[in-house]
Write a protein that binds this ligand. Structure first.
Ligand code: ZN
Length: 293
């Protein structure tokens, strides 16, 4: 579902490319199921729903789209395993719902190169791969592009060259190093852990702030509990230190937090609770649970 937010003078939209389903062990790593099932109940085959949200920012430098979901290139077998159906292909539809077409997008920012974040960057048109957002300048971090270009046994399944190679071939992928200022009030910061150079996005205007956490904290509970580190993360100890730093910064800025994968908590704010910082949910979705998946 699409949500529109105003951060000072900057209008932002949270869009969704839909749900897919992954094994609970992926998101919760070492945490026993007896603990995480209190956050979300898994299906009979231990899967939990995972949203794929994007952030659209109407900035002075044009329309900025942060991440683009799974897209529609996944083979049927993978889609079936991930519990995806036609309803899941909806980022372009959500864009239309807030008044824009793919050709209106000026910048597509990749927080990192995992397939569930950049699969929608390219699509087949007349039998050939083409950028989904034809006019856009796509931006990604050099170190993560290197990891994506030379995957290892552990990362090969998520790094799909078809998602970014056509952009490189067209010189439509701008490769950057370190934090970037994309527009007045829109900047990125490196938040290592999930990948080496994953980047979060800050939107700041007129004293208001939004922090798009990407997979530095996939769900609200990951930010709330430092030890809850997904097994997807390649540098788990750095994930903990990154979360500690981001919590401090978000608390000091009273930032509105956007959770990219949490099927229940879309946005929230940190408050001081009994056990430390807690996420107070602001926008929530009903628990999506389909026992047939
Ligand atoms: Zn992800």
């Amino acid at each position: 579902m699409a949500y529109t937010l105003q951060i000072g003078a900057l209008r932002c939209h949270i869009l969704s490319d839909g749900l897919h389903y992954v094994d609970g062990g992926g998101f919760f790593g070492l945490i026993p199921r007896t603990m995480w099932q209190e956050v979300i109940e898994p299906s009979a085959i231990n899967q939990v729903p995972c949203d794929s949200r994007s952030l659209l920012i109407e900035s002075d430098a044009g329309l900025i789209l942060v991440d683009v979901g799974n897209g529609d290139k996944l083979p049927p077998k993978v889609r079936e395993r991930m519990g995806m159906d036609e309803r899941n292909l909806r980022l372009v539809g959500e864009l239309a719902r807030v008044g824009y077409k793919p050709e209106d997008v000026d910048i597509v920012l990749f927080t990192h190169f995992h397939g569930d974040h950049i699969g929608g960057a390219t699509r087949y048109a007349d039998g050939a791969l083409a950028p989904t957002f034809p006019r856009a300048r796509y931006i990604g971090q050099r170190i993560d592009l290197a990891d994506a270009s030379f995957p290892n046994e552990r990362t090969a399944a998520t790094y799909v060259a078809d998602n970014f190679r056509p952009l490189l071939d067209r010189k439509q992928l701008e490769i950057v190093d370190g934090p970037q200022r994309l527009a007045p009030g829109v900047r990125t910061d490196i938040a290592p852990g999930h990948t080496q150079a994953i980047q979060v996005v800050w939107v700041e205007s007129q004293g208001e702030r939004l922090l798009f956490l990407t997979d530095a904290a996939c769900w609200a509970v990951h930010l709330q509990r430092l030890a809850w580190v997904p097994s997807f993360d390649i540098l788990p100890m750095q994930s903990i230190e990154t979360k500690r730093r981001l919590r401090h910064e978000a608390m000091a800025a009273d930032a509105l937090l956007v959770f990219q994968h949490d099927p229940q908590v879309v946005t929230g704010r940190l408050v001081t609770g009994k056990r430390g910082p807690e996420v107070q949910a602001i926008i929530t979705e009903p628990a999506h649970f389909d026992a047939s998946k």
